[in-house]
Structures are given as C-alpha cells and as structure tokens.
Design a protein around this ligand. Structure first.
Ligand code: FAD
Length: 366
C-alpha cells in the first residue's frame, strides 16, 4: 500500500488547488517543488515590506463568480485595477487603446472622431491581405497606434522584426471608444491583500509540502510513495524529451530597491520604443496601495530561452504544437499520472483559467 494517494509535483496554482480539493475529500497528498518556495510563478518575495512579484506582475481577474468566490475563501482581494501606461519617447499614453489614448495621439475628443481617424489610417494603408504581424496590426488599428504603441514592444517581446513575425500572433486588437483605462473587461479583479503567498498558504493548509525536491532526481523513490502522480512540470521532461524539447520565450528581471516613496506613480509602465531594451518597469507597492518609505522596482527584459532558463511563454507555433501533441497522445495512454497546468499542457493560462482547470480535473478524478 502506498503512503500517499497523490504525489503532486509542483506547488503552483494548479498543484495547490488540486491538493486542496483532494485533501478536502480525505485523500492523503504529498506536494513537492524543486524551488525553495511554494506558489510557482505567483510567488511573492518580501523586500522592504513590499510584496515583490518575483516571476512577473500578476493581476487576478475573472468573469466567473464561482472562481472569484473560491479564491476569496482563502484571502480577501483589494480593488486594484490594472491601468498600464505606455511611455514612447517623451510621450505618455494610457492603455488599453481607449478614448484617452486617442486624445493623446490625435487630440480627438469624441468616439466618432476617433473612429474616423482609425478608419482613415486603416484605409490609407491599403492592406487587405496581411502577410505578417506588422501588416496585420496596421490593418486593424492604423499606422500611428502601431508605430508608437505596438511595434517596438512586440519586437522586443519576440526578439524578431514585426515583418518577420506571423500575422496570426495578433488576432484582434481591442480598441475601446470610452474613457476607460481598465485593462481587463472582467467583472472581478484585484490583488490578494497581503500578497499571493496568502492564497497559496490557504490552499495548502494542512498538506505536507517538501521544497527543494526535483522529481527527476528521485523519480523512482517518489513514484513509489503514491498511488497516482499529478504532474505540473514540463511534459517533455516527464517523457525524457523523446520527441524533442518544447520551446519557450524567457524573461529576465532586474529588481532594485530605491530610497524614495514613489518612483513612477503606477504599478505597470510599458516602454514601447525599440531603443529601450526592457518592455516594462513594475513598481510593486502600487499593486497594494503601499505606503512604505522605500520602493522596489523591476525591469522586465524579454529573453531568448534555452534549456536551463525559466520557461515563461510557450511558443505555440506549428512545430512545437506538433511535438506537444505527440506527448499528449502518450499521456492519454498513461493511467498513472494526471497532467495539469501551464507547463504540462504547454499552454499560456491566466490564473483564473488554471484554477478552473484544476477544479475540473480534480472533480473528474476524485
Ligand atoms: P507554475 O506556477 O509554473 O507552477 C509549476 C510548479 O512546478 C513550479 O513551482 C515549479 O517549480 C514546479 N516544478 C516544475 N517541474 C518540477 C519538477 N521536476 N520537480 C518539482 N517541481 C517542479 N495570470 C493572470 O491571471 N494574471 C496576470 O497578470 C498574469 N501575469 C503573468 C505574467 C507572466 C510574466 C507570466 C509568465 C504569467 C502570468 N500569468 C498571469 C499566468 C500565471 O502565472 C499562471 O496562470 C500560473 O502561475 C500557472 O500555474 P501553474 O501551477 O500551472 O504553473
């Protein structure tokens, strides 16, 4: 008889939600993580009493009341609303593209004027059959928005010229003809009061967690401990990369503590010109309306991924999707393991989607 019902590899949101649901149903769980902390990519590190989003800025948002109620069981959320600002040369623009942005770009004041301006620019581009990302973006929003707010940012993100990127990366570009700087359209939004670690601690309350344990260094012993494995790491690694490695985009973060109370006046500022190597500066205290004496900022640099670097964004092109599908087929024949989460499914998921997916999978299996 095994010591545990489930060995859960990864203490990120997927692993933590699955463990919580299994524990609630009387299952004995062991959660392991190779990192020295719980929470996966939502983990926050405390610096100067400020919750620093160590793996990139995380803003919780959802339209689903059940998911919102679910997370609020563990921690209360504040009223933070994501309203990023873009710096382009010496100009300042509100995001997402809305009436404030159009006023800043062209001095227009009414939705009618803004629509006319965009339509004129789209029309004068003459693009009917976009062949790359640049043409696709211009055909959707016109030259000004593209040049000032999309081009440099996207080229930095992908490390390639917009003319060399496929058009499908940008399917739509939401434009909003209201003076509304709220980035998300969802009904519910906020940051856990006291940080994301509280959410993870709440989910994992009463569950055994072992940190600094990499599944692959003790695979056999760990597998023997439990009846079933829930695996939230990389699916290609799980199957010894037999069909090849899945590619990612990576990020580099440079974090600084500054001896001032307020550096940039907003949690998120995007740098949309190509000459500046970082894409954003995050000032973490503003996520929680912090009043600390100092401030902590993080420069975010897109980075070419190679094995060993953190895997942030899957590159879901045809080549990688085909490799993933081979792993997926293999996993469907494998009853000893449940795969879930962004690395095991090779898919970008927002937090609310990960929670929904973990709840669904736990419901199916438990
Ligand atoms: P992870 O959090 O990555 O957890 C996986 C865990 O498994 C990790 O802790 C890892 O150490 C562990 N692990 C992996 N392999 C092994 C192994 N071999 N042995 C032991 N442990 C292992 N979502 C939003 O809703 N809003 C946002 O604003 C937002 N911003 C984001 C910004 C960035 C830069 C990124 C990259 C993502 C963002 N997300 C955001 C998405 C969010 O991070 C994910 O939805 C969520 O963290 C995924 O949870 P997960 O459990 O699948 O994966």
């Amino acid at each position: 008889l095994s010591q545990y019902d489930y060995l859960i590899v990864g203490s990120g949101l997927f692993g933590a939600v699955f463990a919580h649901e299994a524990h609630k149903k009387g299952k004995k769980c062991l959660v392991i993580d190779k990192r020295n902390h719980k929470g996966g990519n939502v983990y926050c590190e405390q610096i100067e009493d400020i919750n620093v989003h160590k793996y990139g800025a995380h803003i919780f948002h959802t339209n689903d009341k059940d998911i919102w109620d679910y997370v609020n069981q563990f921690v209360e959320f504040n009223r933070y609303t994501n309203s990023p600002v873009a710096f382009y040369k010496d100009e300042v623009y509100n995001l997402p593209f809305n009436m404030n942005t159009f006023n800043q770009l062209w001095g227009v004041k009414t939705p009618e004027e803004a629509k006319t301006k965009i339509e004129e620019q789209v029309k004068s581009s003459g693009i009917t059959n976009p062949k790359n990302l640049e043409e696709q973006a211009i055909s959707l929003v016109g030259i000004d928005i593209y040049e000032k707010l999309i081009k440099g940012y996207t080229e930095k993100q992908w490390g390639r010229k917009a003319t060399e990127l496929p058009a499908f990366i940008i399917k739509r570009l939401p434009v909003r003809f209201t003076y509304d700087n709220n980035y998300f359209n969802d009904k519910y939004q906020g940051i856990p009061i006291g940080g994301y670690n509280k959410l993870i601690d709440g989910l994992l309350d009463g569950i055994e967690v072992r940190l600094n344990v990499d599944f692959f260094t003790q695979r056999e012993e760990l597998t023997r401990l439990a009846d079933k494995i829930v695996f939230t790491g990389k699916i290609d690694e799980y199957y010894n990369n037999q069909f090849g490695s899945l590619e990612y985009r990576s990020l580099k973060f440079e974090t600084k503590t500054l001896d001032q109370t307020n550096f940039q006046g907003n949690a998120v500022i995007n740098y949309t010109e190509s000459q500046i190597p970082y894409t954003r500066i995050i000032e973490h205290k503003h996520f929680e309306f912090g009043t600390q004496k100092k401030t902590v900022i993080t420069y975010e640099y897109p980075d070419e991924w190679s094995p060993g670097k953190e895997s942030y964004y899957p590159v879901n092109d045809d080549k990688n999707n085909a490799i993933y599908n081979q792993y997926k087929k293999l996993s469907e024949k494998d009853d000893s393991v449940i795969f879930g989460g962004r690395l095991a499914e090779y898919k970008y998921y927002d937090m609310h989607q990960i929670i929904a997916s973990a709840l669904k999978k736990s419901n199916d299996f438990l």
